[in-house]
Design a protein around this ligand. Structure first.
Ligand code: DOR
Ligand code: ZN
Length: 350
């Protein structure tokens, strides 16, 4: 039952999450585990997670950092490099714990230096992925410095995504954290009854446009990659997320960096939203009167795409104001969540 004051839905999952490693895990895993039953865990650690063995060891460290009595399942991914082998992909599939392979164009974002320099070098690996049903998770931005930063996603669609999908029509692809109307249109209209392509959308791209980066001064905690875009794009994302189309689902891209690394002459990309992710999405959906569409986006379409069961338990949000902490503990430094010190309209209550 839903009323204006509360919203109860099937427990959601986060289909795109950065957890980092080591002692930092204990400071961020509980936040995700509080809301989400499962999360697709990104492999861009300082030493990228390129092997099944490394992914399984990382999974154990995440489980060790999960609070006792809380059920949270990390769904692991491999980091694609120019040297990934088809055998490694088969091992990953056989492990049962690896659910995708992440394609970072080399240099596109945080810890992407070992990413792919030319997708042609991965052709045999992509054939294997297509054959065994291993999804490719795509950071969709070209890295050519001659291309304007704000255009890199749209150019990626034309130069890389369309040729890739033409070459591998049965490859399952997740276009991660889409930020533009071009990406929305492409994913929505990509045709075919089989759902081979889907996209994740972050809460921050639903709530903010690029003005947030410059509101009264430079705002590093609103800087992420792909960078926030114009209002026209935010509105297109919001229409897609609330449309009821199973091609669009929740992926926070929560990406913790220390305060020091963000508030710097060359600050890191990433917004930390694990703390209040579902509450942020609820606010975005509520802003267009579409709360009824949140459950499909947050709890159904992701597991359906990945071929996993939907969760069975439920969680409840209440319309209740609270203030986001100014900062959180994070190793020897601190972590500034998105919207630090500001008000939230929704609160997770059970
Ligand atoms: O803003 C981002 N931060 N985008 C990414 O693609 C990576 C992430 C991170 O790992 O910090
Ligand atoms: Zn990410």
């Amino acid at each position: 039952m839903q009323s204006a004051a509360t919203l109860t839905l099937t427990r959601p999952d986060d289909w795109h999450l950065h957890l980092r490693d080591g002692a930092l895990l204990a400071q961020v895993v509980p936040a995700s585990a509080r809301t989400f039953a499962r999360a697709i865990v990104m492999p861009n650690l300082e030493t990228p997670v390129t092997t099944t063995e490394a992914a399984l060891a990382y999974r154990e460290r995440i489980l060790a950092a999960t609070p006792k009595g809380v059920s949270f399942e990390p769904l692991m991914t491999l980091y694609l490099t120019d040297n990934t082998t088809p055998d490694e992909i088969r091992r990953a599939k056989d492990s049962q714990h690896i659910h995708g392979v992440k394609f970072y164009p080399a240099g596109a974002t945080t810890h992407s230096a070992s990413g792919v320099t030319d997708l042609k070098l991965c052709w045999r690996v992509l054939e294997t992925m297509q054959a065994i049903g291993m999804p490719l998770l795509v950071h969709g931005e070209v890295t050519d410095p001659a291309v304007d930063l704000f255009d890199r996603e749209a150019v990626f669609i034309d130069e890389q995504l369309i040729p890739l999908r033409a070459a591998f029509p049965r490859l399952r692809v997740v276009f991660e954290h889409i930020t533009t109307e071009a990406a929305v249109d492409y994913v929505r209209d990509c045709g075919g009854r089989d759902q081979m392509l889907a996209a994740t959308i972050t809460a921050h791209h639903l709530l903010y446009n690029r003005n947030a980066l410059f509101e009264g001064g430079l705002r590093p905690h609103y800087y992420c990659r792909p960078v926030l875009k114009r209002e026209r794009h935010r509105r297109a994302l919001l229409r897609a997320a609330t449309s009821g189309s199973a091609r669009f689902f929740l992926g926070t891209d929560s990406a913790p960096h220390t305060r020091h690394a963000k508030e710097s002459a060359c600050g890191c990309a990433g917004c930390y939203t694990a703390l209040h992710a579902l509450e942020l999405y609820a606010e975005a959906f509520d802003s267009v009167g579409a709360l009824a569409a949140l459950e499909g986006f947050a709890s159904f379409f992701g597991p359906d795409f990945y071929g996993l069961p939907r969760n069975r338990d439920r969680i409840t949000l209440a319309r209740s104001q609270w203030t986001v902490p100014e900062e959180l503990e994070f190793g020897p430094d601190t972590l500034v969540p998105l919207r630090a010190g500001e008000t939230m309209a929704w609160k997770l209550v059970s």
